[in-house]
Design a protein around this ligand. Structure first.
Ligand SMILES: CSCCC(=O)C(=O)COP(=O)(O)O
Ligand code: MG
Length: 221
């Protein structure tokens, strides 16, 4: 049994589907969402983290993060809540590369343990897998990690926390399109594979010592 931990954007799913589909959905909804939910403790905490005095200032900071694709946790928390509502309302559908659903089904059937570690919040990860064009894939995933419950994706400590949560035996395998994330996982003793998908922003990234795959069919467990 191997624990296989999946990045989303650039690995299971295209960057375009996140940036064009999801970001465009969240952008005009951030301000109204903050206005409607600003008294909730979780939203107040997010506003405090942003350090903005008004909704207008907060939205400006959030939009700037989105423009620069800064994966800041307060932004990811709010986006995740908005996307979860969008998926529940039937207004959003996720995207998976065609090799991914069959691989996930085969690994799950073979008894491997599947988990997600993404900058996208857990609140958005679950509906992303549940509302796929290939059906509900969420039941295949046993554990969900984001930058709140695990920590930053480029720090080894986050992977050590995930490994402790998953338990053994053996080292987990992390699949990602970002070399710095793979470096952090390897530093925590994990197996890694760099995902080089044609046409993706990280298609020419230097993966250094990490084995590189183009599709999940190439993974040898
Ligand atoms: C649930 S899909 C949301 C994806 C997202 O917001 C994101 O930032 C993905 O980053 P990743 O760490 O999966 O590359
Ligand atoms: Mg990624």
């Amino acid at each position: 049994m191997t624990a296989i931990v999946l990045d989303i954007e650039g690995t299971t799913s295209s960057t375009e589907s996140v940036h064009v589909g999801l970001y465009a959905y969240a952008r005009p909804r951030l301000g109204p969402y903050l206005e409607a939910h600003r008294e909730e403790p979780a939203v107040r905490a997010v506003l405090a983290e942003i350090g903005a005095a008004t909704t207008e200032e907060a939205v400006k900071a959030l939009h700037a993060w989105m423009d620069g694709d800064v994966k800041a946790t307060p932004l990811k928390t709010l986006q995740g809540r908005i996307w979860a509502e969008g998926f529940a309302a039937g207004e959003l559908t996720s995207h998976f590369f065609p090799d991914v659903p069959p691989a996930l089904r085969a690994w799950h059937a073979a008894g491997h343990r599947l988990a997600v570690f993404s900058s996208g919040s857990v609140a958005s990860q679950r509906p992303w897998f549940a509302h796929s064009p290939y059906g509900d894939l969420s039941a295949l995933v046993g554990d969900w990690f984001d930058t709140v419950n695990a920590g930053p994706k480029r720090e080894a400590g986050s992977y050590a926390r995930i490994a402790a949560a998953l338990g053994g035996p053996g080292a987990p395998l992390f699949l990602s399109d970002v070399p710095a994330e793979l470096d952090a996982a390897a530093a925590a003793g994990w197996r890694t594979a760099g995902v080089r998908r044609p046409g993706e922003p990280n298609a020419t990234a230097p993966f250094g010592p990490h084995p590189v795959i183009a599709t999940f069919e190439e993974i040898d467990l």
